[in-house]
Design a protein around this ligand. Structure first.
Ligand code: SAM
Length: 204
């Protein structure tokens, strides 16, 4: 475990607010930290680094011998994430890969004990399917924003511009809820966090 100064988290939060970068909120981050602490993953994949806020939460709470890989599409955010991570003295604790997760995921080598999905909301199921065969036997998959401003569980039609996202997030939730290999808990905190415990391949 590595201690990270609270003032650095505040600096990242201020940057996020000033530059409109979405980062996990307080309740979501607490849940993330609880799950890292109880599951003790040794290999972690984060999809959606943004500016490194959740990445630093992983670094702070994972075991000192854990491996962390994080993917971010936006090159400017990659740069900023790297500078915040360097400020924490943690540049050797994470490999940040710049690019589209959709094309990077098939190239990654697993197994992963924990996957945090927090990138393009319309792509969650695609991401999961691309990493499913790289999950370790007791892997935990965490997905943020799955309730998307309440629209996902609402009976009312979402605004037109959100229709596809809401439909796809419902498909993601249905998949991890109905699939016999996942045991999913939906936490109605923040924007909704789904934690899916992988039970391994039932056919084996
Ligand atoms: N996990 C971060 C945190 O809590 O500090 C927040 C991530 S933010 C909600 C989502 C990030 O995913 C954005 O920075 C966005 O650029 C990135 N993103 C969107 N589409 C992506 C893709 N196809 N591949 C990789 N990253 C993507």
């Amino acid at each position: 475990m590595m201690q990270i100064d609270a003032s650095l988290y505040r600096e990242i939060q201020d940057y996020a607010e000033n530059h409109r970068v979405p980062i996990i909120n307080f309740e979501g981050a607490s849940l993330l930290v609880q799950t890292i602490s109880s599951s003790k993953p040794l290999s972690i994949l984060e999809i959606g680094t943004a500016i490194g806020y959740s990445t630093l939460k992983f670094i702070e709470h994972m075991s000192s011998n854990a491996r962390l890989v994080s993917i971010e599409l936006d090159p400017e955010r990659v740069m900023i994430a790297k500078s915040f991570i360097a400020k924490a003295g943690a540049e050797d604790r994470v490999q940040i890969i710049a690019g589209d997760a959709g094309s990077i995921l098939p190239q990654l080598t697993g197994p992963f004990d924990m996957v945090f999905i927090d990138a393009a909301k319309g792509q969650y199921l695609d991401y999961l399917k691309k990493v499913e065969d790289k999950l370790s036997q007791h892997s935990v998959v965490i997905a943020d924003n799955v309730l998307f401003r309440g629209y996902v569980e609402s009976n009312e039609a979402p605004p037109r511009r959100y229709k596809t996202i809401v439909k796809r997030l419902r498909e993601y939730l249905n998949y991890v809820t109905d699939h016999p290999n996942f045991n999913t808990h939906l936490h109605r905190v923040g924007d909704g966090v789904a934690i899916s415990y992988y039970r391994g391949k039932t056919s084996e």
